[in-house]
Design a protein around this ligand. Structure first.
Ligand SMILES: NC(=O)c1ccc[n+]([C@@H]2O[C@H](COP(=O)([O-])OP(=O)(O)OC[C@H]3O[C@@H](n4cnc5c(N)ncnc54)[C@H](O)[C@@H]3O)[C@@H](O)[C@H]2O)c1
Length: 356
C-alpha cells in the first residue's frame, strides 16, 4: 500500500485535536515528522499518540526532509504564507490551517507557488462539512429557495476567548477574532451559496470586552497584553447582489439561537435557518404552503456526516492519493482572506471597500 508521509509544523491545540487524530484514522498515511519551536510539544505528541516521528525545531528542516511528502501547517497565522512557500519549494503538498494567510496578496502567492510546484494546496475550513450546511447548499443548488438574496452568518461566543497561545497579539496572530472565527463565518455562507465573488464590504471591529476577563471558559487573559478585536461585524455584498451579514465574537453579551456557526438565508421562494441544541440537529424551513406561512423541520435525509475534522483530513488525503481537487479549494480560501482583509480596511477607514 502506498503511504503518504506527513510532516506537521506547529504542535499546539489544532495539531493535537484535529490533524494528528484525524490523520491517524487513515491507513494510507504515516506521520513521520513534527516541528515546533518548543521541542517538548513534539515529544509530548509522540508519547501521547504513540508516534515515532522525527522532531525538528526549524520548519525549513522539516520542509527539506526528503522523507516527507505532505506538510501540514498548524502554526500561528503570520507564518502560514512563508511556511507554505518553503514547503512548495521542496515539492511537498500543503494543508495550511485557516486563515490561509493574513493578506490576500500572500494567499495569491501561495496559490502561485502550488501551481509552480505542481503540488496540491488546501486550507482548514472544515466547518462547512456539517449536515445542515451540506443540506442547505444542496437545496440552494436545486433552486428550492428561489433567488437567494440575503444570508446571515453568526458566531457569537458568550465567553470563549482563546486566552492561550498568541491569539490576543496583533503582531503574533495577525489580528483577533476576525482571523480566528472569521474565516469560517465568512466561508460558510459563501460555500452554501456557492458564490466566492465579493463586490464590496463594510466592516466594523471592536475591543469593547478587553477588560471583561471574568468567566471566560478558556481562562483569563491579560488586558495589558491585548491589542486585537474581540468582535467583528460586516456587510458583504456579492457581485450578483446577494447580501451577507456576518457577525463573529469571542466574548459578547448576546445569546445566539444555537451554538457554533449559524447560517440563515432568505430566498424569493423559501428561507432556512439552523436550529439547536446541537448544531447538527436540523434546519428549519420557512415557506408559504397552501397560502399559509409554514415552518417545517425536515429530517436531513442523509446519513450523519462523519466528524467535520475527519471529513476535512480524509478528503484532503484522498485528493492527493487519487489526484482530485481538495474539498476546500485554495481559490475559495483566498476569497475568504480577501473579504477578511477588506473588513479590516473598512474598519480602519470607515469606508466601504470595493473589490475589482
Ligand atoms: N480549523 C480550525 O477550526 C482551527 C481551530 C483552531 C486553530 N486553527 C488555526 O491553527 C493555527 C494554530 O492554532 P492553535 O490554536 O493550534 O495555536 P497554538 O498556540 O495552540 O499552537 C501553535 C503552535 O505553533 C508553535 N509555533 C509557533 N511559531 C512556530 C514556528 N516558527 N515554527 C514552529 N512552530 C511554531 C507554537 O509553539 C505552538 O505549539 C492558527 O492558524 C489557527 O487559526 C484552526
Amino acid at each position: 500500500m502506498i503511504k503518504l508521509r506527513i510532516g506537521i509544523i506547529g504542535i499546539g491545540v489544532i495539531a493535537n485535536t484535529k490533524h494528528i487524530p484525524s490523520l491517524m484514522k487513515i491507513a494510507q498515511v504515516e506521520i513521520v515528522a513534527l516541528c515546533d519551536i518548543l521541542p517538548e510539544c513534539c515529544e509530548k505528541a509522540n508519547a501521547s499518540f504513540g508516534l515515532n516521528a522525527k522532531i525538528y525545531t526549524d520548519y525549513r528542516d522539516l520542509c527539506s526532509d526528503p522523507s516527507v511528502d505532505v506538510v501540514h501547517i498548524c502554526t500561528p497565522n503570520p507564518f502560514h504564507c512563508e511556511m507554505t512557500l518553503a514547503a512548495f519549494e521542496f515539492g511537498k503538498h500543503v494543508h495550511c490551517e485557516k486563515p490561509m494567510a493574513c493578506t490576500y496578496e500572500d494567499s495569491l502567492k501561495m496559490i502561485a507557488a502550488s501551481k509552480k510546484a505542481g503540488k496540491k494546496l488546501t486550507v482548514g475550513l472544515q466547518w462547512r462539512y456539517r449536515d445542515q450546511c451540506v443540506y442547505m447548499r444542496d437545496l440552494v443548488k436545486q433552486g428550492y429557495f428561489g433567488d437567494v438574496y440575503y444570508m446571515k452568518s453568526q458566531q457569537l461566543r458568550g465567553r470563549r476567548l482563546p486566552a492561550y497561545g498568541v491569539y490576543t497579539s496583533k503582531e503574533k496572530n495577525g489580528g483577533g477574532v476576525l482571523m480566528d472565527g472569521g474565516p469560517h463565518s465568512i466561508d460558510l455562507p459563501m460555500w452554501i451559496a456557492d458564490n466566492y465573488e465579493p463586490m464590496s464590504v463594510r466592516g466594523v471591529i471592536t475591543d469593547k470586552m478587553r477588560y471583561s476577563t471574568e468567566g471566560n471558559a478558556l481562562g483569563p487573559w491579560d488586558p495589558q497584553n491585548f491589542d486585537v478585536e474581540d468582535s467583528a461585524f460586516a456587510l458583504i455584498t456579492m457581485k450578483n447582489g446577494l447580501v451577507i451579514y456576518m457577525e463573529t465574537a469571542w466574548t459578547i453579551n448576546m445569546i445566539q439561537s444555537a451554538p457554533g456557526i449559524v447560517v440563515s438565508l432568505a430566498g424569493t421562494k423559501a428561507g432556512a435557518d439552523m436550529v439547536g441544541p446541537q448544531m447538527n440537529t436540523s434546519i428549519r424551513l420557512n415557506q408559504i404552503i397552501n397560502e399559509k406561512q409554514s415552518i417545517t423541520v425536515p429530517t436531513l435525509g442523509m446519513p450523519p456526516m462523519m466528524n467535520m475534522n475527519d471529513y476535512d483530513i480524509t478528503h484532503w488525503i484522498d485528493a492527493i492519493l487519487y489526484d482530485r481537487d481538495p474539498a476546500v479549494l485554495p481559490e475559495q480560501a483566498a476569497a475568504v482572506t480577501r473579504v477578511m482583509e477588506g473588513i479590516y480596511k473598512s474598519a480602519a477607514t470607515g469606508e466601504t471597500i470595493f473589490f475589482e
